[in-house]
Design a protein around this ligand. Structure first.
Ligand code: TYD
Length: 142
């Protein structure tokens, strides 16, 4: 099986400026330290407890997920190995590399999942069928 695997995904500490009683500020920008240039930002919110999001993979897209509020868990699967990461801090991101099947669940009340993506929205970049995903990973074809 070629391509990235779940161990290529990882937690990233986001530059944070804490101001005591006045709160904190976390920042990401497209500079030399960026893992990928951000082309799109979206966020998930109002997800009822017990609901799942995701359930797909992307062919080319890199994403960075941040629990800017509340918490949720992300299960990463490369067709061979799977691991679950809980996101519950506003200054930590999860970098998901291309070709990883991901599912988001266990959303707390008020959770907001901020997502930074390396490419504009393109439905043809999605693999939404798990069997099709396994075939894709076996051949690593488009
Ligand atoms: P999807 O990525 O499947 O959501 P999730 O993984 O959170 O369950 O997207 C849900 C819908 O929103 C789908 O119809 C496509 C649309 N969408 C856009 O139009 N633009 C975007 O940037 C994204 C992420 C989704």
């Amino acid at each position: 099986m070629k391509g990235y695997d779940v161990d290529d995904c990882g937690i990233v500490d986001i530059e944070t400026h804490s101001h005591g009683r006045e709160g904190s500020l976390s920042v990401m920008q497209n500079d030399g330290n960026a893992l990928f240039p951000v082309r799109r930002v979206y966020y998930l919110y109002d997800v009822p407890g017990g609901e799942s999001r995701g359930g797909h993979a992307h062919r080319k897209l890199h994403e960075m997920l941040v629990a800017v509020s509340g918490s949720f868990s992300v299960t990463l699967n490369d067709g061979n190995k799977s691991r679950t990461v809980m996101l519950n801090r506003s200054n930590r991101g999860l970098h998901i590399v291309p070709g990883i099947w991901r599912t988001l669940d266990d959303f707390s009340s008020g959770a907001v999942c901020l997502v930074m993506s390396s490419l504009p929205y393109d439905e043809s970049d999605y693999i939404r069928d798990y069997r099709g995903y396994l075939d894709y990973k076996k051949g690593n074809n488009d």
